[in-house]
Design a protein. Structure first.
Length: 141
C-alpha cells in the first residue's frame, strides 16, 4: 500500500463519490434527483477525506463538527474491490490525527453492525448507557 494517499477533498467528480456510496448501500434513486447533493455533502463536512490508490479514489470518510469541541465521523467506506487491506483504518487514523491537531478530543461515530472490532482496534469503545437515536418524523415547515 505504498501508493496509498489519504488527503482532504474539497472538490471531486461526484460520480466517484456516488460509486462508493452505492457500494455501501447508502445511495438510492431519490438521492440521484438532487445533482448537487455530493457538492453539498462535501461543503457541509468539517473535513471530507479521500483514499487514493494510484490516483484512483478507493475510499472516503468525513467529519461533522463545530471545529471546536465535538466531532462525529461519518460515511467511512472503501470500494468493495479494496476492502480488508487496511485502507479504512488509514482513513480513520488520518481523520483522528487531523482532529487531534485541532484539539478536538471528543470524537464519536455510529458504526454499522459488524464493525465493532474494526473501530475497537482504532481506539473506539462502546458508549455504555447511551443510545443513538434517529429522527423519523420528517416534516417540513
Amino acid at each position: 500500500m505504498e501508493d496509498l494517499k489519504i488527503k482532504i477533498i474539497r472538490k471531486i467528480e461526484k460520480e466517484k463519490i456516488i460509486e462508493l456510496y452505492k457500494d455501501a448501500g447508502w445511495w438510492d434513486k431519490n438521492d440521484e434527483k438532487d445533482s448537487s447533493l455530493i457538492k453539498k455533502i462535501i461543503k457541509g463536512s468539517y473535513i471530507f477525506v479521500g483514499a487514493f490508490l494510484n490516483n484512483r479514489l478507493v475510499g472516503i470518510g468525513r467529519v461533522l463538527s463545530d471545529g471546536v469541541s465535538d466531532a462525529y465521523i461519518q460515511d467511512v467506506v472503501v470500494s468493495k474491490d479494496y476492502r480488508k487491506q487496511g485502507i479504512g483504518s488509514k482513513i480513520v487514523e488520518f481523520i483522528l490525527i487531523y482532529l487531534k491537531s485541532k484539539k478536538i478530543n471528543w470524537i464519536a461515530l455510529i458504526g454499522e453492525p459488524g464493525t465493532e472490532n474494526f473501530y475497537k482496534k482504532l481506539g473506539f469503545e462502546k458508549m455504555e448507557k447511551y443510545v443513538p437515536y434517529k429522527y423519523s418524523q420528517i416534516k417540513y415547515l
